[in-house]
Ligand binder design. Structure first.
Ligand code: NDP
Length: 288
């Protein structure tokens, strides 16, 4: 039997439709400001994709580019200006930053009410205190995907492989909020297969092609493959693959493909977060 495919693009469209409807009820079109430092090709491409998608769903976006040599003080001054600009609802700084800039200082500097990436310590704390507000996009997008496909969460055993601040940790908090029993595995986990085999819901966010093999998956489990890995085949052609071996499709009950699974949801959730930030600001939440 082959697993049901949890396709990302139509799910992302549903999330975007919902966000666009909510945006239509706001006093002004939500505005996302994106800051990029330097010309890292992946960052250039990600930022372009985010701005393009914002336009497609009728949100405003502006991209602010600083040179690779910009100082931390210059970046903080730009963030301060965008923080106090009432016309800007959402603000994100594309990561990674050049090595001479302290990422933590930058993430602290973003107004938590505009923090559409959900990385500010206040938003991280609210999430772990059981009051999620602006939450990191990939985990929030995964929750939307699971709910959209009516995957049961309450009382189920969820195992997340990977404990990054970007994916694994915030997803653990969101799944706890959804009443799952959550285990987080990582590179020091002993006998990973015995942990993953207990999962009704297995989420893998590691960055190692084929890490999860069929023998590590409980028959019928839902498997969410967050990994995005570039591999080159025998003909020298490049491909994107996930962390889950393709043969897992014969064991799992439902599975996200790579590409075309979690990826599209991340950008859609960013725009949903921008609308949410504008809603919070319109309602006067967290006024300083
Ligand atoms: P990180 O490198 O920050 O974290 C990887 C995690 O995997 C770490 O917690 C690490 O453990 C753990 N790990 C490494 N090796 C093993 C192993 N052999 N067994 C178990 N755990 C292991 O990665 P990210 O969380 O940022 O990203 C993970 C993957 O997801 C990447 O492929 C990335 O490209 C992809 N990604 C996809 C997104 C999307 O939109 N689809 C968005 C974000 C990421 P330890 O903490 O002990 O080092």
């Amino acid at each position: 039997m082959s697993a049901r495919v949890l396709a990302g693009p139509p799910t992302a469209e549903a999330l975007l439709r919902d966000a666009a409807q909510r945006a239509g009820r706001l006093p002004a079109v939500p505005h996302l400001a994106i800051v990029r430092v330097g010309e890292d090709p992946a960052s250039v491409s990600y930022v372009r994709g985010k701005a393009r998608k914002a336009g497609e769903v009728g949100l405003r976006s502006t991209v602010h580019v600083l040179p690779e040599t910009a100082s931390q003080a210059e970046l903080l001054a730009l963030i301060a200006a965008l923080n106090t600009d009432d016309d800007v609802n959402g603000l994100l700084v594309q990561l990674p930053l050049p090595a001479h800039i302290a990422e933590a200082a930058v993430l602290h500097a973003i107004d938590p009410r505009k923090d559409v990436d959900g990385f500010h310590p206040l938003n991280v704390g609210e999430l772990w205190a059981g009051r999620p507000s602006l939450t990191p996009c990939t985990p929030a997008g995964i929750l939307f995907l699971l709910r959209h496909h009516a995957i049961p969460l309450s009382g189920t055993r969820a195992v997340i492989v990977g404990r990054s601040s970007l994916v694994g940790r915030p997803l653990a908090a969101l799944l706890l909020e959804a009443d799952a029993t959550v285990t987080v595995a990582h590179s020091r986990t002993r006998d990973l297969g015995s942990v993953t085999r207990a999962a009704d819901l297995l989420v893998v966010a590691v960055g190692q092609p084929g890490l999860i093999t069929p023998d590590m998956v409980k028959p019928g489990a839902t498997v969410i493959d967050v990994g995005i890995n570039r591999v080159v085949d025998a003909q020298g052609k490049g491909h994107l693959v996930g962390d889950v071996h393709p043969d897992v499709a014969g064991v799992a009950g439902a599975l996200t493909p790579v590409p075309g699974g979690v990826g599209p949801l991340t950008v859609a959730q960013l725009l949903a977060n921008t609308v949410h930030a504008a809603e919070l600001q319109a309602a006067g939440h967290l006024q300083s």
